[in-house]
Design a protein around this ligand. Structure first.
Ligand code: NCD
Ligand code: ZN
Length: 349
């Protein structure tokens, strides 16, 4: 008989965008309800580059999250002129958990990103010495590189030499989208891992154009061919601890998505665990979900495993067409679809 409920050690989200201000207040509860901790991306305007900015952003997140017992783990945004001492001090103080590398102009709010790896060699050296993880948006931005090849070309031109120069640096290749990334990370040393999103497991690039242009499915790195999606599903459900959960939930107001120049980002926080559970079930790998969602991430980061447990119940659940909070209108991932699992909350809470 099929299991009617699924109890997991509470998961963490190793890559999310919580934004700030009114948007933060509208979205943070969706993450805090399901996840104990989250690695919070620093791509605000202006980006988070100092300890003071990270502390104050962390306070705002905690205030907005309320009493879920949610712990935001902060990241520093690397720019060409980032201060290595500030990064190392922030890590020692437990304010910065990791640094985020955005190649300049690779994605939303990446204008201040790194233009050449050579300009951050000193900080990478420090991070390698102190064991601070580097989280990478792995896409080149050269306009002559086809958008569907940007991850594979990044691995070849940027990541391979970077790991040659810093072989012991802890690296997470974020939100991987291609078989090239799966192969690279699988073959790399144990200090190299990757996160995988619900949408890259659920959809191939065909979904972007199914019956018309689907702006709510546009994200970066963009969805890839079916064979890449299948490779990601094999990696996520393999039990290989190099692959773990990171939603890349990236909310943008409806009007900014449904636009002549729509923003990249999929808001998947409301149904994140349900979406992952559906994929693992389709792959007959529900027994592998806990490792992927709750164990491999903290082990990679050297953080304790969560002790609380959560329950998902087998029950049809229709995802709302939109989520409205004050003046903010958001369209969640899977809007209008019916999922087979429902997140119920903490066990014995
Ligand atoms: C993210 C955002 O909106 O901040 N967008 C996205 O499509 N994933 C940025 C990012 O992670 O690339
Ligand atoms: Zn992201």
């Amino acid at each position: 008989m099929q299991a009617q409920s699924l109890i997991l050690r509470q998961p963490d989200d190793w890559h999310t965008h919580l934004r700030d201000g009114e948007m933060l207040r509208a979205v943070v509860g969706h993450s805090a309800r399901q996840f104990a901790r989250a690695i919070v991306m620093p791509n605000l305007r202006p980006p988070i580059t100092t300890i003071a900015a990270a502390r104050s952003y962390r306070d705002r997140i905690q205030a907005a999250a309320g009493d879920h017992g949610f712990t935001p783990l902060m990241t520093a945004y690397l720019s060409d002129d980032i201060d290595a001492d500030e990064i190392a001090r922030g890590f020692a103080q437990g304010v910065f958990t990791a640094c985020k590398l955005y190649p300049a102009n690779a994605t939303t709010n990446a204008e201040h990103g790194v233009t050449a790896i050579a300009s951050i060699h000193r900080v990478l050296e420090r991070m390698q010495t102190i064991g601070m993880p580097l989280l990478i948006h792995g896409e080149v931005t050269e306009p002559d590189v086809d958008i569907f090849d940007r991850e594979a070309v990044f691995i070849e031109r940027v990541l391979t030499p970077l790991l040659r120069d810093f072989p012991a640096l802890k690296v997470v290749l974020e939100h991987i989208t291609s078989d090239d990334a799966v192969q690279f990370v699988s073959a790399a040393t144990a200090n190299v891992a990757a996160t995988i999103t619900p949408h890259h497991l659920a959809l191939s690039r065909n979904a972007l154009f199914a019956g018309g242009l689907r702006p709510h499915l546009y994200c970066l790195p963009v969805l890839k061919r079916e064979r890449h999606r299948l490779s990601l599903r094999r990696a996520a459900t393999s039990g290989n601890p190099k692959f773990f959960l990171g939603t890349d939930s990236a909310p943008h107001a409806r009007g900014d998505k449904e636009s002549a120049c729509g923003c990249a980002g999929i808001f998947n926080a409301p149904m994140a665990l349900e979406s992952y559970a559906s994929v693992f079930e389709q792959e007959s790998a529900l027994a592998k979900l806990e490792g992927f969602a709750s164990e491999f991430g903290p082990r990679f980061y050297g953080l304790p495993l969560n002790t609380r447990q959560v329950r998902l119940r087998r029950a049809a659940q229709t995802v709302p067409d939109q989520i409205i909070d004050g003046t903010i209108e958001l369209v969640p991932f899977h809007a209008g679809e019916t999922l087979g699992w429902r997140f119920e909350g903490l066990v014995d809470a």
